[in-house]
Design a protein around this ligand. Sequence first.
Ligand code: PCA
Length: 211
Amino acid sequence: MLTPRIVISGFEPFGGDSINPTEQLVKDFSGTVAAGFEVVGIVLPVVHRHAAEKLCSVMEDLRPTAVISLGQAGGRTAVTPEKYAVNVADYPIPDNAGNQPKGVPLASDGPAAYVSTLSVHELTAALLERGLPAFVSYSAGTYVCNEVFYAVSRFREIHGFPFIHGFIHVPYIREQQLGQVNPRPWVEYGYLRDVLSAVLTYVARKGVVFL
Ligand code: PCA
């Protein structure tokens, strides 16, 4: 009998920041139970190839019903479920190991893009209904987040695992903008917690069909 599980992934800080709210979210929710699903959290390095490999390597063992990946997108004003993962690494800044691929395909024989298997429009509507600001994003960028989104989508297809996979970018939290003369948009951490709770409830309801 499979244990019904949802995997959530987040990232360590990057780009000179000392906080990544997605690391905090993963640590807070890991080990909890959401609508009958065990939540397993994984914090990924912001490193070319290694991030995606770390997440894919646990899929065989965990056999999750859903994988919800989270990443920080500084400057956004609300959480944004991502619709597409694109087949390119074109890092605007070096990763945490100093890699900076420029215009390199993620998979030379892969499709130009994958579409999220999480219904981002329905999820966004569900968040809005609960009073939680959100909007669909059509670009997860070309950095490590897009790479993880693409790699997990590809892994899922190649291995024939039916798990739902979604990627959600989150804004800065207030603690990252303290004392800034010209702050970037930020949100309260409690809002991100409420969003993740709502996402897990939504996904748990959808995921039952795969058990
Ligand atoms: N955000 C970056 C990588 C890690 C993270 O949290 C991105 O959007 O690609």
